[in-house]
Design a protein around this ligand. Structure first.
Ligand code: 5U1
Length: 673
């Protein structure tokens, strides 16, 4: 046998064995060899590949071991928004949903549904080009997620290469990454033995693992995956139903949940729910309900979408868990808009997968209605990811020492009078942004993940920054120096410089995130997206009248008033101008059809480091001009933009005779349009 053949055989053997043992360990929770023997197989494979790099294949287990830590995750724009699901909590709610669909489809027949377990994990998007996994991204806000490719590549259940013939040129697979229960227990046992904090539940453990900047840590976490849909598809004709789609996905090597079934009409749907509810405790992973989807794609298309959810699907949630505990005290929190909210502090209780220690009582009326007193025994409920609530007080257990809580008349943070407008349930501190508690909360909100996403700016740091007078408005964050930050408690120089870098990075954002970050009353993520879609740029929005604002889908008279009042306040105008002066920026999106540019439809690939902007900014600018930006060079690529250190993409572009642009060329193109 030739040396080459011998090497090929050994590599094949090692890869086969490692894949088999990985599957036994992660998927079946039944390891068949000790860890040291597994490590030896892996080391031998790594050595052989290192000395024979031309023998490395894209789906070798060595490609899953993780790589050097990233400093942060890149933002990824989803080609097709990642939607969420509407919920039903009872047979009646599902029945009403089914009736609505029948009406919309003008049908009297029983509708056919695909019934799937609703896994308690994290939604993920996997992009395969010519069968190769090129990108994995979290859901994020549904439009923009985080690039977690390095971490996802370590998940053995996710194929690095799709199998079979006639694969699509491009396909974006959607599904759920989750942590099977056995792996979760093992992970927590190890954490406790090492003196580390245990994860509260498998979902948190999966989320924490996927957000590891060091993919070698993610590689050590027992994550799994089931696919449930397709986002973007090019060069492939899908079958006509969701159930047939699952069969296709399985032939491509994608893991499909083994608890799927097709149900026709209400009775079969209710029955499917009950069967899964009974099986729930026996499943090796956590589920929190059942997803019903109209099976025929043609009907899905006719039904369409509302806001951020498809009309053709619904999650029927399992009932919330309830537990008893006691109220140890009640106090109030001052929110970012000055709302004074009574909060019950509880003896810790594990319910619905998390330990609950406090629960909001919403307002004085609600507290009185439920008659919650200090010392009471209460029933606490938590359903899925819904915030916990007190269902009722167990009156028989009320001690004679129980105490009523009286709402304060002055703000506990700044001592200003508390006011309650006529007809409003909520009492508010009257001091606005002169109240340090309101400033703290608005800065926390500004920096939060769904807003400007400043990594490392947690509640403790914000509290110190505001208390020490270093930050009075969000714009002050961008004026902080390294010495000011490293002077804070529990802030080493390294963390301080990471925080400065995170602040710098957060300056590059999107208009919806910026609007949401401003903390305008009643403007949540969804409304922020609607406002950005409608006005397209900040100036038009700032100048809009109440009537114009009310014309935006999702914006009613109250929200319109809040928006106008916010932009009319000189202080807010100053803060926005300062933020823009400090370099906060985004690329304004041009509405579809408003502008056709010479770049519309042109396919770009970006490679190497750019000096005047990040690759992501360049990508956003190109997308805004109607161009497409893809990850790899192919015959369909029109231009490769090559920054410093361009690597193999440049070689490929040259060999395919693709036009290569410098950074200067790109800037000229962008500025010309
Ligand atoms: N099983 C399953 N989970 N899940 C979650 N299917 C499914 N589909 C989803 C989501 C958010 O969304 C599509 C219906 C859009």
């Amino acid at each position: 046998m030739t040396e080459r053949k011998q090497l090929t055989q050994r590599l094949q053997y090692l890869r086969g064995e490692i894949n088999r043992h990985n599957q036994n360990y992660f998927q079946f929770d039944a390891p068949q060899i000790p860890d040291v023997d597994f490590d030896a197989l892996m080391q031998e494979l790594q050595k052989l590949e290192e000395s024979n790099p031309s023998f490395i294949v894209a789906d070798s287990p060595t490609q899953r071991v993780g790589s050097a830590p990233l400093s942060s995750f890149e933002q990824v724009q989803h080609p097709v928004p990642m939607l969420s699901l509407a919920n039903a909590f009872s047979d009646e709610e599902f029945q009403a949903f089914d009736a609505r669909l029948n009406e919309r489809l003008d049908s009297t027949d029983e509708l056919e549904y695909m019934v799937e377990p609703k896994l308690d994990g994290l939604a993920i998007s996997l992009l395969y080009e010519e069968g190769v996994l090129v990108q994995a991204a979290t859901r994020g806000d549904g439009r923009t997620g985080e690039n977690v490719t390095n971490n996802v590549k370590t998940i053995t259940a996710i194929p690095l290469l799709l199998r079979g013939e006639g694969l699509p040129n491009k396909v974006e697979i959607r599904g759920e990454v989750f942590m099977p229960l056995a792996g979760f227990r093992r992970l927590n046992e190890r954490a406790i033995a090492a003196g580390d904090k245990a994860f509260a539940n498998p979902r948190n453990a999966a989320a924490g693992s996927l957000r590891q900047l060091d993919s070698r840590v993610a590689a050590s976490r027992p994550l799994a995956f089931y696919c449930y849909g397709i986002g973007f598809l090019e060069g492939y004709q899908l079958p006509s139903t969701q159930s047939d789609m699952f069969e296709v996905l399985a032939t491509w090597g994608l893991p499909v949940c083994d608890q799927l079934l097709v149900a026709s009409g209400l009775q079969q749907c209710h029955q499917a729910y009950r069967v899964l509810a009974e099986k729930r405790a026996l499943l090796p992973y956590e589920i929190d309900g059942v997803v019903y989807k109209i099976n025929r794609f043609s009907e899905q298309q006719r039904l369409g979408f509302v806001s951020r959810a498809p009309r053709w699907a619904i999650a029927r949630k399992f009932p919330a868990q309830e537990k008893m505990t006691t109220v140890t005290s009640i106090d109030v929190q001052v929110g970012r808009t000055g709302a004074i909210t009574p909060v019950a502090r509880l003896a810790p209780v594990f319910v619905g997968g998390v330990t609950v220690t406090n629960v909001t009582l919403h307002n004085a009326d609600e507290m009185r209605r439920k008659d919650v007193r200090i010392g009471d025994t209460v029933i606490v409920r938590r359903a899925g990811d819904v915030i916990p609530e007190i269902v009722s007080v167990v009156q028989e257990k009320r001690p004679s020492t129980s105490e009523l809580f009286v709402m304060p008349e002055r703000c506990p943070a700044c001592d200003s009078p508390v006011e309650r407008a006529d007809g409003e349930a909520i009492a508010r501190c009257s001091a606005g942004l002169y109240c340090s508690a309101q400033v703290k909360e608005s800065i926390k909100h500004f920096a939060s993940r769904k807003a400007m996403d400043v990594d490392g700016l947690g509640a403790k740091v914000v509290e110190q920054l505001v208390s020490e007078g270093l930050v009075k408005t969000p714009a002050d964050l961008y004026r902080l120096s390294l010495s000011q930050l490293s002077g804070l408690q529990r802030m080493a120089e390294k963390s301080a410089s990471n925080l400065l870098a995170a602040l710098q990075k957060s300056k590059s954002t999107t208009l919806p995130r910026f609007l949401y970050a401003l903390g305008i009353r009643e403007v949540g993520e969804v409304t922020a997206v609607s406002l950005a879609d409608y006005f397209l740029n900040l100036d038009r929005l700032r100048q809009a009248s109440v009537a114009e604002l009310e014309a935006v889908p999702d914006v009613g008279p109250v929200v319109a008033q809040h928006l106008r009042a916010f932009f009319d306040l000189a202080h807010n105008d100053d803060v926005i101008s300062s933020l823009l002066d400090m370099g906060v920026h985004w690329v304004d999106v041009v509405s579809v059809g408003e502008q056709v540019t010479a770049l519309s439809g042109k396919v770009f690939v970006l490679t190497g480091a750019l000096s005047s902007m990040s690759r992501n900014q360049a990508k956003e600018a190109l997308l805004a001009l109607g161009a497409k930006v893809t990850a790899s060079v192919s015959k369909k690529t029109d231009y490769l933009v090559a920054g410093d250190d361009p690597g193999s993409k440049l070689k490929k572009a040259l060999s395919l005779e693709v036009d290569v642009l410098s950074e200067e060329d790109l800037l000229l193109l962008i500025n010309d349009h």
